[in-house]
Design a protein around this ligand. Sequence first.
Ligand code: SF4
Length: 122
Amino acid sequence: MKQDGFEWEFDPSFCEECGGKCCTGESGYIWIDEGESRLLAEHLGLNEDEFKEKFLIKVGKKFSIKEKSHEDGYACVFFDEINKNCSIYEFRPSQCRSFPFWDYFRKNLRELERECIGVKFL
Ligand code: SF4
């Protein structure tokens, strides 16, 4: 998988072997927009207020998915610690869908290398 303007490609067949480093580790924001929240809330059988209360934190005007303790750090609250994958994969927000093609990684290639064994630099 390639994306214009990025000097790496991504092979998602490594995700199973990796065990979810992109969903775990240091604490960070997992942004989710209103449309994504609505769909995920519906999928989970919750109304939007219940969903936000239970699973999101408000950061300024935006929302981020809550985290939980995991090993020596944190994991997204939707990270399945037994199966080592995303429990809401079809409903994950665009931030997760666009990984590892983030502008942030352009200046943090070492971090990307550590975080994702599915990345190959071109
Ligand atoms: S929503 Fe899913 S893919 Fe995104 S960080 Fe959470 S567990 Fe990972």
